[in-house]
Design a binder for this molecule. Structure first.
Ligand code: ADP
Ligand code: ADP
Length: 222
C-alpha cells in the first residue's frame, strides 16, 4: 500500500487552504500537525474523497483517487472531527446501520461488529443508547465505524480534541494496536498527542508542508 499526495492545491473563494502539498506515505502511523487553519481538515477531506482538490493528484498504489471517488471509499476509513451520531440508537444498531451504508456483507456484519466492539473495549456498551455515553466512549464508537469496512487507509481528524487525559491514553493504546498493514493519518495541533505513536510527523502551516520526519528529528527543530 502506497499513498502519494502530489502537488495538492485547494483554493476556496477567498483563500488558499492548501498550496502545492506533496508527500509520500506507506503503512504506519503519521501525525499531521499544525495550528488551526493550517489546512489539516481540508487535506483529510480530500484524502477521504469528500472534496476535490483544485490542483494535484492523490495516488493509491499508482491510481488517482480524485478521478473516480466511489471505488475508494471502501479502502479509506474516515473519522471526521464532528461525527453526526444517531443519539437514540444503541451502539450495535448504529454500527449495523453504518455497515449497511458501507455495503458490508450482511452475513459478516454481526461478526465484524462484535470483533470491533471487543477490540475497542466497547462490549459493555453495546446495548446502550449513544446519547448516554461519554465523549471518550463515543470516540471509540467513531473509530469502530471508521474500521467497519476494514480500510487500508485510516484518517482521523483531531481525534483527541474532546478527550480527557485518561481517554487520550486509551486512544493511544487502541491506535498502537491497529497499525502494521494500514496507513494511519492522525491530525492534531498538540504534538505530544502523537509523538510516541507516529513513525513520522508531517508539519503543515498555511497550507504548505514544512517538514516530514521522525518525531526525534522534528523535536530537535521546534
Ligand atoms: P485546519 O483543519 O488545519 O484547522 P482547515 O483545513 O479547516 O484547517 O482550513 C484551512 C483554511 O481554509 C482556513 O483558512 C479555513 O478558514 C479555510 N477553509 C476551510 N474550509 C473552508 C470552506 N469550506 N470555505 C472557505 N474557506 C475554508
Ligand atoms: P477546523 O477546526 O478544522 O479548523 P473549522 O472550525 O475551521 O475546522 O471549520 C468548520 C467548518 O467550517 C468546515 O466545514 C469548514 O469547511 C468550514 N469553514 C472553515 N473556514 C471557513 C471559511 N473561511 N469560509 C467558509 N467555510 C469555512
Amino acid at each position: 500500500m502506497e499513498l502519494k499526495i502530489e502537488g495538492i492545491t485547494k483554493l476556496y473563494k477567498h483563500n488558499t487552504a492548501l498550496n502545492n502539498f506533496t508527500c509520500d506515505l506507506n503503512p504506519g502511523i503519521y501525525g499531521l500537525v499544525g495550528p488551526n487553519g493550517a489546512g489539516k481538515t481540508t487535506l483529510l477531506r480530500i484524502l477521504a474523497t469528500i472534496i476535490k482538490p483544485s490542483k494535484g493528484r492523490i495516488l493509491i498504489n499508482g491510481k488517482d483517487i480524485t478521478l473516480n471517488e466511489d471505488n475508494y471509499r471502501e479502502i479509506i476509513g474516515y473519522l471526521p472531527q464532528k461525527l453526526g451520531f444517531y443519539r437514540d440508537y444503541t451502539v450495535t444498531k448504529f454500527l449495523n446501520y453504518i455497515g449497511y451504508l458501507k455495503d458490508v456483507d450482511k452475513n459478516e456484519a454481526t461478526d465484524k461488529i462484535n470483533n470491533l466492539l471487543n477490540l475497542l473495549n466497547l462490549d459493555q456498551y453495546k446495548d446502550k443508547k449513544i446519547k448516554t455515553l461519554s465523549e471518550g466512549i463515543k470516540q471509540r464508537i467513531g473509530i469502530a465505524q471508521a474500521l467497519l469496512n476494514n480500510p487500508k487507509i485510516l484518517i482521523f481528524d483531531e481525534p483527541t480534541l474532546n478527550l480527557d487525559p485518561k481517554e487520550r491514553i486509551n486512544f493511544k493504546n487502541i491506535i498502537s494496536r491497529l497499525s502494521s498493514d494500514k496507513i494511519i493519518i492522525i491530525s492534531t495541533h498538540i504534538i505530544s498527542d502523537i509523538e510516541y505513536l507516529s513513525k513520522e510527523i508531517i508539519l503543515i502551516q498555511n497550507g504548505e508542508k514544512i517538514i516530514q520526519n521522525t518525531p526525534v528529528e522534528i523535536l530537535k527543530i521546534i
